[in-house]
Design a protein around this ligand. Structure first.
Ligand code: ADP
Length: 342
């Protein structure tokens, strides 16, 4: 598809360039030949006058008025042919040059569109793959129950509970997908919204507190007393994702630290846990959509879909920030968000 569109676009570029070039050549040819004809007829006239002038040729030498052409018409035709030939060569060179340049330019024009389409296709493929598992589970349990003629009320209830689990998973997934699509569509805001760090951090901690309490995790903060360029809601959402992960992948009774410090014109906001850590092989991929590290290391990791960090990265980058991670298996993980200080 990409190549045929590229060729078509090259064809259009060429068509436009060649129409312009050939039109110009035709005009140049016409003007020059007219000019040559005009100059030659003037020259012919001048020569005729001089030949009939008694000062140049005494009457005895003249054989009467000259009516024959004094300039070889063959030469004129050759001149016009050469002009035509040269213009044709120039046009052929333009055709080749414009073809090559047009092909390169068409590739450059289409590249971002290709990247976007590839990305969208991958997204659809990943999303359908993720949706298939709970839908298949749902369908299978329903079919098995329907086929069972002696299905008891207790068994029917168990089926419903299992179905509800699958529906919940589907709901979580569709919400995450919607959120991702929502952030992808939004343009970076022109208005530079600032947020006082403590406000966003406190709000995020308030949201995840019950979850942390259920694992007896301690969340402490050590914050730089200032603001950053990022809307409060977006910063809070990102912090919730990071804290939610820190809680999910930490053993009970460990600590989570949220620290912020200013560095030049930026603020680094770090969330550090004492959890299971991320292996060096997983580390480069954890911001990819649907990527989940080895699930066997953590019983609760099946809760997620590998979308949280992709959403966090997109949100931070939309605000001209960056997000990075450092981790050591068995010791813990630190996610650092770098934002412009306000
Ligand atoms: P999920 O919903 O699966 O947690 P994320 O995109 O939030 O998806 O995270 C991707 C993967 O990165 C997770 O599956 C997990 O393996 C790893 N991960 C993220 N945060 C942490 C953390 N704090 N500690 C250990 N592993 C983590």
């Amino acid at each position: 598809m990409f190549n045929s569109t590229r060729l078509k676009l090259t064809g259009w570029y060429l068509l436009i360039i060649m129409v312009i070039s050939i039109s110009f050549s035709a005009v140049i040819y016409r003007v020059l030949t007219l000019e040559v004809d005009r100059l030659l007829s003037q020259q012919q006239l001048r020569l005729e006058q001089q030949l009939n002038n008694p000062e140049f040729f005494p009457p005895g030498m003249r054989g009467g008025r000259f009516s024959m052409p004094l300039i070889d018409p063959e030469l004129v035709i050759e001149l016009k042919n050469r002009l035509f030939f040269n213009l044709a060569i120039i046009n052929a060179l333009i055709l080749v040059g414009a073809g090559v340049l047009g092909y390169i330019l068409a590739g450059k024009t289409l590249r971002p569109i290709k990247v976007m389409i590839d990305e969208q296709n991958r997204f659809i493929a990943d999303a359908s793959h993720e949706l298939r598992t709970p839908i298949t589970a749902l369908k299978t349990t329903l079919e098995v129950s329907l086929r069972d003629k002696k299905l008891s009320l207790k068994e029917a209830r168990e089926t419903l509970v299992s179905n509800l689990d699958d529906v919940n998973r589907l709901q979580t997934l569709s919400n995450a997908l919607l959120e991702l699509a929502h952030y992808q569509q939004r343009q970076p805001s022109q208005k530079k919204e600032t947020t006082f760090l403590a406000t966003a951090v406190n709000e995020a901690v308030r949201v995840v507190k019950p979850l942390a309490a259920s694992k007896s995790l301690r969340i402490s903060t050590k914050l730089y007393d200032g603001s950053v360029y990022m809307p409060a809601k977006e910063l809070t959402d990102v912090l919730i994702i990071l804290l939610d992960n820190a809680i999910k992948y930490s053993p009970e009774k460990t600590a989570i630290l949220i620290a912020a410090y200013k560095h030049d014109s930026h603020v680094n906001l770090a969330v550090t846990d004492q959890g299971i850590g991320i292996s060096p092989t997983d580390l480069p991929h954890i911001f990819d959509r649907f990527y989940r590290a080895d699930t066997s290391r953590c019983t609760q990791s099946s809760d997620g879909y590998g979308l949280g960090l992709a959403i966090a990265k997109q949100t931070v980058e939309r605000n001209q920030g960056t997000i990075s991670v450092s981790s050591s298996v068995g010791t813990g993980t630190t996610f650092t968000i770098k934002l412009r200080s306000a």
